[in-house]
Design a protein around this ligand. Structure first.
Ligand code: SF4
Length: 76
């Protein structure tokens, strides 16, 4: 399995990644909308229903399905 992306990874900090999207600071990240998570982000390539999976924005490291970061883009 790919390495897990830790919240304290410098690249994760740079993009405001949280493994639990409900912990995102909405004041600091006004782009965040409730309901937007890695699971419905175009960068996320895990199987449906998986708790975590690879993210293209972080070099394929594993991110949490319930996570979020500034690079979120709705999965087509
Ligand atoms: Fe999650 Fe998308 Fe950010 Fe990757 S780019 S950490 S899948 S929100």
């Amino acid at each position: 399995a790919a390495a897990k992306l830790e919240e304290n990874d410098p690249t994760a900090i740079a993009l405001g990644y949280k493994a639990d999207a409900s912990k995102v600071d909405a004041k600091k990240y006004p782009a965040y909308k409730v309901g937007n998570t890695c699971a419905n982000c175009t960068q996320y390539t895990a199987k449906a229903g998986a708790a975590s999976g690879p993210c293209g924005a972080f070099g394929g490291k594993d991110v949490a399905a319930k996570g979020w970061c500034m690079a979120w883009v709705k999965k087509a």
